[in-house]
Write a protein that binds this ligand. Sequence first.
Ligand code: UD1
Length: 341
Amino acid sequence: MSSSILVTGGAGYIGSHTVLQLLLGGYKAVVVDNLDNSSEIAVKRVQELAGEHGSNLSFHKIDLRDKPALEKLFASEKFDAVIHFAGLKAVGESVQKPLMYYDNNLIGTIVLLEVMAAHGCKNQLFMVGRRWYHAQRNPISATNPYGRTKLFIEEICRDIYQSDSTWKIILLRYFNPVGAHPSGYIGEDPRGIPNNLMPFVQQVAVGRRPALTVFGTDYGTKDGTGVRDYIHVVDLADGHIAAVNKLADPSVGCEVYNLGTGKGTSVLEMVAAFEKASGKKIPLVTAGRRPGDAEIVYASTDKAERELNWKAKYGVDEMCRDQWNWASKNPYGYEAPESTN
Ligand code: UD1
């Protein structure tokens, strides 16, 4: 019988791509999502993309803070591992509404861990953002409530493992996921004004916004704009499958891995690659640095390559090609009328 994986936040951007790779890899995926910032259409499309494996997917609209609902789910199914994506992630909003972020991200995670412990399910994979790490092992500090929830979650996981070494916990630190599934059928669909670079570029390309504002042109980088480690979302999803497989290794305790490409790309380089892939001109407006932004962030990928046997395959050109394929087929995301797909 195939292993059954619970995926919280499985209707979201990274979640939906990971669920698809799980299904294609022969796993059974049970998605839990409150749909606050995601669409059930993504789950339906994943099911279609998975073809004959689509029947191994089930969906439950549950908020993780609803402990009785989660209890009921765990009582009805046995999970071999949990991948926890569910959470709020907008930095600016977290500064405006800190309690909402602490409630959603921390209480949701604590309830999940309590229910897992009560049901003897102690295999888990955690997604833990990335912006506050420069090195594999050294958390620096978080500059906003969203970042702090991620730091706290990581510490909570370490404490749990310390108290009970039968837990197996893999903490994944992401860099900048972009792109979409090559089918153009699933992709990122942020609500409101996008905070991140590529969703914004995509909305300019389809005519929803007039220009991209480049935050900072005076960094000490090759062209003065910020440098990040962009990673194709399908590579990132495959990194999760590698980590799920790693959970079977008896030596795993509480481990941290970076999922990035190890390569840095500037804002202007990313825009140029997207213009090439889409054939669209992206008008630019320059502005000062965005508060809290780092100059250069990229991953050290040695540990993931060595221990997870995983390495990102796609480059910036493929990321932009697939981002544009998704954008041009779904200019208004999942809520677009069927005729635009
Ligand atoms: C941002 C968040 C980070 C969060 C991550 C994923 C901040 C300070 N950091 O990281 O906490 O985990 O997104 O949600 O908000 N850029 C522009 N114009 C734009 C948007 C971005 O020039 O409209 C630039 C940024 O200045 C940066 C680069 O593009 O140099 C990438 O930005 P973004 O996609 O927001 O990612 P991060 O800054 O890495």
